[in-house]
Design a protein around this ligand. Structure first.
Ligand SMILES: Nc1ncnc2c1ncn2[C@@H]1O[C@H](COP(=O)(O)OP(=O)(O)OP(=O)(O)O)[C@@H](O)[C@H]1O
Ligand SMILES: [Mg+2]
Length: 271
């Protein structure tokens, strides 16, 4: 049973590692929260999430990044271009899910914090092996991977890139709302701090596909590109974060010298 905290001091938080943002949300995201990262195309959703996983790996944590939109190769090229030094962490590419037990043994033996990355190609191999219908039960395969890794080598953080891609791959039919409910329950029960990336339409009318994700999640962080005349600015805001007193203002998001920063009027906001 999940323990009820006795005092505020007991609340453990995971930093977003965005300078200026953590300071405005009591230090970070409460551990175990399921957070929706919603943003328009190209708003740096994948980068912001990887930035958390990378920096947490530097402190010895283990995480799993499932990429359904891009191959791990394309994603890693992007991170290398952003000048993340991947040699500082144990970056584990899970390219064959049928060999997950051997992978877990290797990850357990690693001396550094780990980011496990897997993609649609690696999962498809597994689904083919299971002979599931063409729509494929991607959700169950994903759940099994998360569960196995959590049990086998411990997993502090999980990222799904993206929920939107999972909807395309899976055929949830009429059960979509109840199945979504159980995904959130499943992640909460595992006590893994999770980031579910969600594509926001360009009209910015909703944060997620079915809109139930908004209230099912413990937190929503929104990324967007805002046009002012001909200038386009990257922006970030925390729309909600349960169990956290946070500043919900919209900050400018910058990535400079390997560091994300949330700025207010060109400066890191004062707390
Ligand atoms: N140093 C950098 N190196 C590479 N890309 C950068 C850098 N700084 C900013 N970017 C921008 O990051 C954007 C892509 O980031 P990312 O893939 O994280 O966004 P996304 O919201 O996940 O995109 P998508 O909607 O395609 O999934 C590109 O539009 C690119 O211009
Ligand atoms: Mg992306």
């Amino acid at each position: 049973m999940v323990k009820v905290l006795q005092s505020k001091k007991e609340m453990k938080r995971v930093k977003t590692h965005i300078k200026g943002l953590d300071e405005n949300m009591e230090g970070g995201i409460p551990q175990g929260h399921v957070v929706l990262i919603s943003g328009t195309s190209g708003s740096m959703k994948s980068s912001v999430v990887f930035n958390v996983l990378y920096n947490e790996a530097l402190t010895g944590k283990t995480s799993l990044y499932i990429s359904l939109e891009q191959s791990y190769n394309s994603l890693l090229n992007h991170f290398v271009n952003m000048e993340y030094d991947l040699s500082k962490i144990n970056l584990y590419i899970l390219s064959d899910i049928s060999k997950i037990d051997e992978s877990i043994a290797e990850i357990k033996a690693a001396k550094k914090g780990t980011v496990i990355i897997t993609d649609v190609g690696a999962i498809r191999k597994q689904i083919k092996g299971m002979k599931v219908s063409p729509g494929g039960d991607w959700l169950n395969v994903i759940k099994n991977i998360v569960q196995k890794i959590k049990k086998g080598c411990g997993c502090d953080l999980f990222a799904l890139d993206s929920l939107s891609a999972m909807y395309i791959l899976s055929n949830f039919g009429k059960e979509v709302r109840s199945r979504l409910f159980y995904i959130f329950e499943f992640l909460r029960d595992l006590e893994i701090t999770s980031f579910l990336i969600s594509e926001m339409p360009l009209t910015k009318t909703k944060y997620s596909e079915y809109e139930v994700e908004d209230f099912l999640s413990d937190g929503i962080i929104v990324l967007q590109l805002t046009e002012r005349y001909r200038k386009v600015t990257r922006e970030i805001s925390v729309v909600k974060m349960r169990a956290t007193s946070c500043n919900t203002d919209i900050f400018t998001l910058e990535f400079k010298a390997g560091q994300f920063q949330a700025l207010y009027g060109g400066k890191t906001p004062l707390v």
